[in-house]
Ligand binder design. Structure first.
Ligand code: SF4
Length: 362
């Protein structure tokens, strides 16, 4: 499925007219439509969201709220897939721009993961439990569901890892090596007990001995946004703002997380900063739209991005007001565009791994 070009009449609208029409159509669709918005969305889009959240909160919403006929998902592709998997059959999930993917999710292809699994099963007789981060394709979640594993998010990765260790000897963690490493370290594992699987190298770039000895096998994937933060940014921001507290996302590199005062998912970052006393100062290592929004909504705190280039999720940025309006206009005309529909056999097993996560954390 490819993204269609926007009709010409939409490309000529002013920002004000686009807003006005979107509000009008939104009202006309009423409770038939719910708009979900990820925290990294730009302000011009998030203002239309009925619910804002990280991928976990939005997935929970999709699993419990069955009232809306259409779910317009202002996030990226894997999030819309999860919403489709967890929502009811009669609900249709729409991604306003199909180009809104995720570079991290694209770093783990199903055939590569199957090869890795075959090698691990061959070299070790231990029980391996696969965990995949929410930021992965539905096919990877299904793979994990079939092999008695679970999905995790940046909020609940420690709980899911503990759950996996009660069931097995070894974890294959997909696809974000940084979240896997940071979480395992937090749980008391040493770096020497982890190895990285590079899907482009034979045996993932490991000897059989290294695979046997490691407790955590980390897939070599990363977030191109959070991966840009470096330990020197922590030093620089501390030098520029003495006394500032640094909070980073667990998708950041190990060295950045270690240098930070605290680490947390987007929901935890929001909670920390908004509940901190007025007058406190924060440097935040996450996507720039969330940092700017926190700064604007909390003028009595000093809030700055961890680096000064402003790390932007360019794929999330694909969702713009014109595409939101276009997809709503089409709904009003009775046409569903950009529906994200996961095939039944994939959805069935992906639901197993997603539901395991929801059970572990509740
Ligand atoms: S911030 Fe990183 S992990 Fe999140 S959607 Fe963007 S590229 Fe993917």
């Amino acid at each position: 499925m490819h993204q269609a070009l926007l009709p010409e009449h939409l490309t000529r609208l002013s920002d004000e007219e686009t807003d006005r029409r979107t509000t009008e159509i939104r009202d006309r669709l009423g409770s038939r439509l719910v708009v979900l918005g990820h925290h990294y969305q730009r302000d011009e889009v998030i203002k239309f969201a009925d619910l804002r959240g990280d991928s976990f909160k939005l997935a929970q919403w999709a699993a419990t709220r069955k009232d809306a006929e259409y779910i317009l998902f202002c996030g990226v592709h894997f999030m819309a897939e999860s919403a489709d998997i967890l929502s009811a059959d009669y609900q249709k999930v729409i991604l306003p721009d199909l180009n809104a993917g995720c570079s991290m999710a694209d770093m783990a292809a199903l055939d590569q993961v199957e090869t890795c699994w075959d090698v691990l099963e061959r070299v070790t007789s231990e029980r391996i439990v696969p965990i995949t981060y929410m930021n992965s394709a539905a096919g990877i979640k299904a793979f994990v569901g079939r092999r008695d594993g679970a999905v995790c998010t940046s909020s609940n990765a420690p709980a899911v890892m503990r759950w996996a260790l009660e069931r097995g000897d070894k974890i294959l963690f997909l696809p974000d090596q940084h979240l896997g490493r940071n979480t395992a370290y937090q749980l008391g594992f040493r770096l020497e007990e982890m190895t990285v699987w590079d899907p482009y190298l034979e045996h993932g770039g490991n000897t059989a001995r290294a695979l046997i000895d490691s407790r955590i096998v980390l897939w070599k994937g990363h977030c191109s946004v959070h991966g840009r933060f470096l330990p020197e940014h922590v030093d620089q921001v501390r030098a520029a703002y003495p006394g500032i507290r640094v909070i980073s996302h667990p998708e950041c590199r190990f060295e950045v997380v270690q240098a930070s005062d605290s680490v947390g998912s987007t929901e935890k970052i929001i909670e920390c900063v908004t509940q901190a006393p007025a007058g406190t100062a924060w440097a935040i290592g996450t996507e720039i739209h969330l940092v700017h929004r926190l700064r604007n909504e909390n003028p009595d705190r000093l809030i700055v991005p961890l680096d000064d280039c402003g790390c932007l999720c360019s794929t999330m940025f694909r969702i713009d007001p014109s595409h939101v309006l276009w997809s709503m206009e089409k709904l009003l005309e009775g046409e569903v565009v950009n529906q994200i529909a996961v095939p039944d056999d994939v959805a069935r097993w992906a639901r197993v791994s997603l539901n395991r996560m929801l059970e572990i954390t509740h």
